[in-house]
Design a binder for this molecule. Structure first.
Ligand code: ACO
Length: 336
């Protein structure tokens, strides 16, 4: 990394919609029970966006908070990366829509599509631009309105998902601080296990695709579960090894919030105590690319992170994809 700048997260922000959908509400919609959902997933409730809210609206709220905390003006942003599988529309990108809403006139803007791993793909990409000196401030937002692509007649999926947005402002930090290692991966052969088949160039939207419910998330739950447990471990091990840090030195893990049992498996594997793991899926369900940044923001607000802590962000998702980042925590911007 000689000659490259160290990059860290200078600030974060999060936003979740007001409307709460509880397990009791879902009991009235599909054949399920609070007991089943809590035991199998750990989820108790999730947030649902209003009919007039799209992903860029949620992203805007989270982004404004992150910028305010860092005292960075939208006009100072060099780039905006939005990770989402629920863009406002096929194009323009949600990042471009957000750039306009923020008034970030000089920022380049693009979306990243890596499902629940999207935020990790986003921060890894953003870091390269800052490390090599091309950009100073890159805003990365993970945002989803999953309720808009969830089939509320399918009990296999509708109990899992929720809406929200988390933003992180990345910039240069003191040498040796910030991100120490990244690990990204993909196995495209597992794509059909988790997909939204309709509405693309393979199956353009038609009355048939609507009738066949192809505009909703389709998921092979137990296969995804097994894959998730495996890659959460291997991705975490990869960043520990790259950074030369032992599992005992992890101060905080912020895992993707898909299922409590998946997180518990990772916690056991790395011998982490409860206070070293951030879990908020009981209140939000799986918010895909927003899960990690919202959980990180809540951990920061709760005072769970201090300068120099080793933080592991780790997740998996559709694609199939996975990723992890290890960060020596510092929000102190390097002045040049
Ligand atoms: N209520 C009651 N019963 C249910 C429900 C429900 N909500 N959902 C499924 N069941 C039933 C099934 O029909 C099945 O019944 P059967 O045996 O009679 O067929 C039974 O429960 C067991 O189903 P499994 O799929 O084996 O249950 P499992 O223990 O694997 O839990 C779950 C299912 C929660 C979906 C789990 O597999 C999981 O969390 N998988 C990972 C999903 C995930 O992480 N996706 C992330 C990515 S999302 C993205 O990228 C957008």
């Amino acid at each position: 990394m000689r000659g490259l700048r160290s990059v860290g997260i200078l600030s974060t922000g999060s936003y979740t919609p007001e409307r709460v959908l509880t397990n009791a509400d879902l009991e009235k919609m599909v054949d399920t029970s609070d007991e089943w959902v809590v035991t199998r997933t750990g989820i108790r409730e999730r947030r649902i966006s209003a009919p007039e809210q799209a992903s860029s609206d949620l992203a805007l709220e989270a982004a404004k908070i992150a910028l305010e905390k860092a005292q960075v003006r939208p006009g100072e942003l060099d780039m905006i990366i939005v990770a989402t599988v629920t863009p406002d529309m096929m194009f323009p990108s949600t990042a471009c829509i957000l750039q306009d809403k923020l008034g970030a006139a000089k920022a380049a803007a693009m979306d990243v599509s890596a499902a629940c791993t999207g935020f990790l793909y986003g921060i890894t990409t953003a870091s390269q631009f800052i490390a090599n000196g091309l950009y100073r401030y890159v805003l990365v937002v993970g945002v989803e309105c999953l309720s808009k692509i969830t089939d509320y007649t399918d009990r296999n999926t509708c109990v899992l998902f929720g809406d929200g947005a988390g933003a992180a402002l990345l910039g240069p930090v003191e040498q040796g601080m910030g991100f120490l290692a990244f690990d990204l991966g993909a196995d495209g052969s597992g794509g059909p296990l988790l997909s939204l088949p309709g509405g693309g160039s393979r199956l353009p939207a038609s009355s048939e695709t609507v009738e066949q419910r192809q505009h909703y998330i389709s998921m092979a739950g137990s296969e995804v579960f097994k894959f998730a447990v495996k890659v959460m471990n291997s991705a975490t091990e990869a960043v520990l090894e790259k950074a030369g840090i032992s599992k005992e030195e992890i101060d905080l893990m912020v895992p993707h919030q898909a299922n409590r049992r998946i997180i518990d498996a990772a916690v056991k594997r790395f011998g982490l105590s409860e206070e070293k793991v951030v879990i908020n899926l009981d209140r939000y369900g799986n918010m895909s690319s927003a899960s990690i940044p919202v959980a990180l923001d809540e951990a920061i607000e709760a005072g769970r992170l201090k300068e120099g802590d080793n933080v592991v962000l780790v997740g998996f998702g559709g694609g199939l994809t996975w990723g992890a980042a290890l960060c020596k925590w510092s929000t102190r911007e390097a002045k040049e």
